[in-house]
Ligand binder design. Structure first.
Ligand code: TXA
Ligand code: MG
Length: 349
């Protein structure tokens, strides 16, 4: 089994040596744990795809220090001549927010291997806002790091989740504690007219993005380019147990015929629904995230909650409708709603 290591000078050195020799390391970031390898070494990249069982058409994010456009161009990580002046201005503004959970799609430079970008002419870049990730990147250079789960499954938010999913596939996991954000970064493309397109809803509030990202529109703007994010397939972020989205709170659904002899557990968004669930369906295990109506806490607790449900060894999992009324309005609701839509299938009586 791979080792979980507390970050110390000797464990950073070990992790950096593993990266230098083409091995993989479980890396804490503020969003989720990454499966990190040398982002400029095709052998390490190939190992990432194999370990995650990730389809080779789905490109990886390069994790870097908060370098600006000039620095990125000087290192040949991006090809700035392919950016329009407007796109460049918007991107420069967005980059002032780095390090943060915002991934930018930029024209790919000559130093980035084909395999990292799955052959695309763009590269995804992000400067993570986590001291352990930052320190390791300072020692190794750019790290390619998809979420450290098997492809299609729930992303890991604790060091032990990485070991549970990938076992011997990593040399070691640096233990940075539980991730403080809990959902993946927002993935953003900037069009040549300077407007932003969100390819993957994530940790960043779209309103904040809009405030930083909106360039003045002018006459004669080009038509929007059609950006792609190959990894936002319809089934993703899913527990292994079949997972169904209920049309109404569990206390209002008659599940007896549908369940038959099967065992079940239900995820409630509101702790008060747990009591109602237990009353209506005493045999169904009910779990509420310890979130107290706070979307940020919901995000932080969600993936660990899904993993907990998966380990109960029941036949089916259920979840109450999202978003619940108890959650206030925030940009995180887009990301959480997106994850739940991809993780579940609709419940049909
Ligand atoms: O928060 C995060 O972003 C985490 C942590 C570890 O940094 N990483 C993560 O990586 O979620 P991954 O590989 O699980 O998701 C990356 C997403 C995928 O949907 C992928 O298709 C998209 O980014 N992506 C990567 N490169 C792209 C590109 N050049 N163009 C469009 N989409 C891209
Ligand atoms: Mg992922």
């Amino acid at each position: 089994m791979s080792q979980v290591l507390l970050p110390r000078p000797d464990t950073y050195a070990r992790a950096a040596a593993a990266i230098a020799s083409g091995q993989l390391v479980g890396l804490p970031t503020e969003t989720v744990y990454g499966l990190a390898g040398d982002g400029l070494n095709p052998e390490a990249i190939a190992r990432i795809y194999a370990t995650k069982e990730r389809p080779r058409f789905n490109p990886l994010i390069l994790h870097i220090p908060p370098w600006d456009l000039e620095e990125l161009a000087g290192r040949e990580l991006i090809a700035p001549t392919r950016l329009s002046p407007r796109a460049r201005a918007t991107i420069a503004r967005l980059m002032t927010a780095w390090p943060t959970s915002l991934t930018l799609i930029l024209p790919r430079g000559a130093a980035v291997p084909d395999l990292t970008t799955a052959g695309l002419d763009t590269v995804a870049l992000r400067a993570p806002d986590h001291p352990v990730a930052q320190r390791l990147i300072a020692m190794t250079g750019p790290l390619a790091a998809p979420s450290a789960n098997r492809s299609g499954r729930v992303s890991p938010t604790r060091a032990k989740d990485v070991v549970d999913d990938l076992g011997d596939g990593v040399d070691c996991v640096l233990d940075g504690g539980a991730c403080t954000v809990g959902v993946e970064s927002s993935v953003v493309h900037v069009q040549s007219d300077g407007h932003i397109v969100i390819l993957r809803a994530g940790a960043w509030d779209p309103k904040r993005l809009q405030a930083l990202g909106q360039a003045p529109a002018a006459h004669g703007d080009d038509l929007p380019e059609a950006p792609r994010s190959p990894g936002t397939g319809s089934r993703h972020y899913a527990p292994q147990t079949p997972f169904f989205a209920l049309p109404s709170p569990i206390g209002q659904v008659d599940l007896r015929d549908w369940l038959g002899a099967r065992t079940a557990a239900v995820l409630c968004w509101d702790a008060q629904h747990v009591a109602a669930a237990r009353k209506a369906h005493p045999d169904i295990h009910a779990l509420a995230l310890d979130a107290d109506g706070d979307p940020a806490r919901t995000a932080r607790a969600l993936y660990a909650g899904l993993r907990h449900l998966d380990q109960l060894d029941v036949d089916v999992l259920l979840v109450e409708p999202f978003p619940p009324r108890s959650l206030g309005q925030t940009g995180l609701l887009h990301a959480l709603g997106d994850r739940m839509a991809r993780a579940t299938r609709p419940w049909v009586p």
